[in-house]
Design a protein around this ligand. Structure first.
Ligand code: GLV
Ligand code: MN
Ligand code: MN
Length: 431
């Protein structure tokens, strides 16, 4: 089979005997994890909080120590560029914001691995033919501000800066004000110029690689995501005196919706997943039938047609439940992104790189959202996955073995080098 990028003819860093530094990689992961520490060894760095600022400050010191050119754009995306060679940069990166119960690898690995690649090459005296850039994208998680991947979306021109800055958080804070407050409202323009190619290293965050005994995932794309917030308004009343037949109970309807989501996900099977991650009841007291319930729906599928079908069935079910219980229900979309397919040549390159590194590999879609899915709008893009022990993520116990972290970062290094020395425009679907 012809290679998309004839990397075997190149002097890859690993062919020269260079490897990334395990100690430096782990040391930086550990150090970043101490910012916003939570019980169990993870971190809480919700986007644009003080902890996010402190994490950014730390990454900036690393970038400055490496002598990178640093830019910060209007939505707070940080890009550190090793300005060598010519042409557009080969870019990598990820995010350092976390969910409230974040692990120490989600996003952080992609940023720190990018810096590690650059530091390894600098120490080796190897200079790529194109600049290398490492992006730290704002608010990938979407846990505090929706939508998720907001910084990367603005970076590629998929959302205006003004709209992003006006976004209101779940705690009522305004994105633009928080960005100013933490000192990361930069002056570099966004949307930004597209890089030559983008490759993101990330933990899988799911169970497949481990279950199948495979060491590397070559990511084919990211499934579609549909987020909405549903608000149910009913009749608040006394829990002891109100006959069941006279209730207009938002808590009960919230529960019915959660049960329906599980049911429809089972019915569709395949890659259909549905989650109710957040339910707020008012007034939230033991002996009061609530006045209102607000819940979030996270519905994802790799197939856009199936995702649309499931969304429509959920809407219909919600309307039926409202009539049956005598409550009113409204909803608003928090995020909606169609499935994304990554560049075949680049994903094929990851397969070949994994083979070359003697790591078992499989092609797979991503269940989680990623900054790469936004970069894919403007340049050839792919991702490298490393296994997550027991498939646990968004949880402080998230863990990836050191050997896998090191192998993934070495594959990232060789991949970025191969891309920097290849002419993607001359390749015509050879994989
Ligand atoms: C981001 O981590 C997401 O997929 O929810
Ligand atoms: Mn992530
Ligand atoms: Mn995440």
């Amino acid at each position: 089979m012809a290679s998309a990028v004839p990397f075997l003819e190149l002097n890859l860093p690993s062919m020269q005997g260079y490897s990334i530094s395990q100690n430096r990689l782990l040391g930086r992961l550990d150090e970043l994890a101490t910012i916003g520490p939570i019980e169990g060894g993870g971190s809480c760095r919700l986007a644009l909080t003080d902890a996010d600022r402190d994490g950014r400050d730390l990454v900036l010191t690393w970038m400055k120590d490496l002598g990178l050119d640093i830019s910060i754009d209007g939505v707070g995306n940080i890009v550190g560029t090793w300005n060598v060679g010519t042409g557009l940069p080969v870019m990598t990166g990820s995010h350092i914001d976390t969910v409230r119960t974040g692990g120490r690898y989600d996003g952080n690995l992609g940023v720190i691995a990018g810096l590690e690649v650059i530091e390894t090459l600098m120490s080796a005296g190897m200079t790529p033919a194109r600049p290398f850039a490492v992006g730290v994208f704002t608010n990938e998680e979407g846990a505090r501000f929706q939508p998720d991947m907001l910084g990367a979306l603005v970076y590629v021109g998929g959302l205006s800066l003004e709209t992003a800055l006006d976004t209101v958080a779940i705690d009522g804070a305004v994105f633009g004000e928080e960005l100013q407050r933490i000192g990361y409202a930069g002056s570099s323009p966004c949307p930004s110029a597209a890089p030559y190619a983008f490759v993101e290293l990330h933990i899988e965050q799911g169970p497949r690689l481990e279950a199948e005994g495979v060491q590397i995932g070559a990511v084919t794309g990211v499934q579609g995501i549909s987020w909405q917030e549903v608000t149910i308004s009913g009749q608040s009343n006394h829990a002891g005196t109100t006959p069941m037949s006279l209730r207009h109970d938002p808590a009960y309807i919230a529960a019915e919706i959660a049960v329906y989501l599980r049911q429809i996900a089972r019915e569709y099977g395949g890659n259909q997943v549905c989650t109710v991650g957040k339910i707020d009841l008012q007034p939230n007291l033991i002996n009061v039938v609530p006045k209102s319930a607000t819940l979030t729906l996270d519905v994802r599928n790799t197939d856009e047609k199936l995702l649309c079908e499931v969304e429509a069935k959920i809407d219909q079910k919600i309307a039926e439940l409202a009539v049956a219980e005598g409550v009113t229900i409204s909803s608003r979309v928090l995020a909606r992104f169609e499935p994304v397919e990554f560049d075949d040549q680049l994903t094929g390159l990851i397969v070949e790189m994994a083979n070359y590194h003697n790591r078992s590999v499989m092609m797979m879609p991503s269940g989680a959202g990623h900054d790469a899915q936004m970069l894919a709008r403007v340049c050839p893009t792919t991702m490298i996955f490393t296994p997550s022990v027991q498939g646990i993520s968004h949880n402080p116990t998230e863990f990836t073995n050191t050997d896998d972290l090191v192998a993934g970062t070495n594959i990232l290094m060789d991949t970025m080098w191969a891309l920097a020395h290849s002419d993607l425009s001359s390749q015509t679907g050879m994989i």
